[in-house]
Every structure is written in structure tokens, then in C-alpha cells.
Design a protein around this ligand. Sequence first.
Ligand SMILES: [Cu+2]
Length: 438
Amino acid sequence: MDKSRRGFIALGGAGVVAAAVTGPLVIPAHGAPAPRLAPTGTGVKGAVMNKVRTLNGWTLPYTRKNGVKEFHLVAEEVEHEFAPGTTATCWGYNGSTPGPTIEAVEGDRVRILVTNHLQEHTSIHWHGILLPSGMDGVSGLSQPSIKPGETFAYEFTLNQNGTHMYHPHADEMTQMAVGMMGMFIIHPKGSEPEPIDRDYCFLLHNWAVRPGTYRPDPSVMVDFDLWTFNSKVFPAIDPLVARTGERVRIRIGNLSMWNHPIHLHGVQFMVTGSDGGRWPKGMWRPETTEIIGVGQTRDIEFKAVPGDWAFHCHMSHHTMNAMGHGIPNTLGVDQSGIDHEIRQLLPGFMAMGEHGMAEHQEHVDMGHHSGPRNTLPMMTGEGPYGNLEMGGMFTTVKVRDDLRPGDYTDPGWYSAPAGTIAARVSSDPDFGNPPRRR
Ligand SMILES: [Cu+2]
């Protein structure tokens, strides 16, 4: 049992945790803030169901009241770290962005208390969930907005299963741009038709945290600086870990402003579901890239194959961290001699990009070039064989033969069997006689 699961009480059999426990309920992975629970009169009390592993995140505990599962969300400002080197004042729920994942079971009656600690009104829309119109959370249309300091109760019965989301439906442009969102997973009653060994979930998002600033800019529509899985960028996104042969499901939701073609190396996955629930098998399709449209969720499933496999958005600018886009193209431009002259105007200026952008990481890693405050390098990360030159929506799926079930600790780098790694056969540029079109 790894540290992020410590504190759970598993009641054998179904593996569903539904016991009232006292004391710390969840120790979220990687230093995410501890859940803040509303006082219940008897101290901190609640239960956690955690069948899903929320990447870099956590599951919201609940209390059971007369057969109703009661959750309590608090909308509030949070200090958030995207990766070591960049923090910002964001908005979220219960101390984190995204907010904690809500997990429940088809047939449950749920009550969700929402307390507003923001300085402006809010509401929560339960995206994709079938419920009475008055519980749909559209402020002005289906309910009055939740004013600062107020608590509203949403209550409904879950008549479906699948991968869903929650987000404000009040000043949405601002509140979503600064991080207010979360996942709402409804498990089917009974067991899954194909048993799932590891069930991951995360949300896609984009942020305009301009170099040197500490607040995401909600007015930006297309030109973002940070592209995140669950509000984290590479290299701070946890790896997805599995044991060889396990059936892995990854549930992905998109509340960003772009569609993201999410690509997994090493396997053909099946696209098996969405917020429409688990699709009939005849609708499953094998893919290696699946576009997760804005406002959509997708579930992908595969049998884990040993290795370290890249898992990322295929929009190449979405696997970069902060970068200036309004710059002249330096590719192929001889810049020799201009460093000295420009440095008189811009101390520390360094001409780059003549032969491609990869030298950017080398310069930053060598400390030649520090960049603005609170700003991550455009490309970063080191693997066992060198620089990764990545950022943003990039992580790895790490599959090993010898993992214990339920062990989510990072197993380090894969050691590939001898003879299965691409290797140098020549250093002569004129090596061989490759056919060329003239
Ligand atoms: Cu993308």
C-alpha cells in the first residue's frame, strides 16, 4: 500500500471503502494539500471510495446520512504549483485544482454541499449527469447563484455510470480559466464486465500564466503558456504505473479551450466509454491517439506491455512549457556576431534556434540562461538516455513485470532487454547509400 492510500480502510470483497473513519482520511500523492472537511459535529468524519486513481490528485471523502452520501465542496482560492519553479494563485475546491474527484455508485443518492469562499458568486454544474433541471447548476437559469459565504445543497440520485466532470456555471470564463473543475466518476453497480486492474483519471486544461506573473489570465482564448494533466505540467505529472498484463483504464476529461489528441505509445488501446457510460462492445475501436474534444470525456483501456511508454498530447506546442509565440523564425538564420550587439540592449541575450530549438534545454540546464521569474523552461526533463525536451501534457506509462498489485510507486527507468534498444552503428555522415529522390 503506497503512501497515498494510507489511511483508507478497505472492507474486503468488493474493495469499496465505505467505513466511517476518524483522523486523516487521505494522504494525497505528492504533497497535494490534505482534504479540508467541513466540521460534522463529531470531528472529521467520512469515508473514501477510491477505485479510481486521480493523477496527482485525490478523492473526496463523504459521510453517510440516512442513506444519502454527503460530500462537501468548498470553492476557494488555492496556491498551486504547476511544477517546481512555477506557482500561481488559482481557484479550485477544498485546497486543490482540480478539485477532488467525487466517486459514487450507480443508484446512490448523493447530496453535495457547496460552500463559496470566493469573492464572487458561483455555482456547480454536474457535467453529463442526468438529474432534475433545478439541480443542473446553471446560475440564473436553474438556480440563484451561490453568493460569497453561502452554502447550497445539491441532491440527486445517480441513474447512470461513467466518467463525468463538475465545473462552475457562473462567470465560467474566469472561474474555469483559473482552475475550478473536477471529475465525478460513477461506478456501475456490481462488477465491471471486463475487470479493471488500474483505473486512472485526469482532466486536461490550459492556462495563461504569463512569464513573470502569478495569476492565470482568463481573457486569453488561444495562446496559452501551460498545458496540464490535472493542473500539472511535465515533469511534475505522475507516471501511470501498471504491472505487465494488467487491464488499465484511463479516463480523460477536457475542460480546456482546445481539443487534445492524446497519444499513447506501445499499445493499441480500445476507446470504451465516455460520459455516456461504458459503450457497448461493438462501439469500441482500437486507436493509438484519441481526440478528447472540449467538454468531452473518453475512457481508454489496454493490457499493459512492459516498458516506459510516452503518453502525451500530440499537439507539439502542448508538450512545451512557457514559450513566446510572437517571435521571428530563427531556423536556418546565421546569428553569429549578433549576440554581442543585442546584449548591449538586452543583458543576457543569447541567440538560439539556428539549428532547431533543442539547444534551448541545454542552455537552460547549464544555467546559461535563467528566464523570467516564476517561469518554467520551454522544454525540460531528463531520461536515462538524455534530455527529453518536453513540457506540458507529457508523462509516461511505466509497466513492469514485478510490480505488486496496488503498488503505484514510480519504479524508475525501464531497463530494456539486451538487443532491444536502438543504438549507433556509425558516426560517419556519409555512412551507407540511402536512396534519395532528386
Ligand atoms: Cu493538446
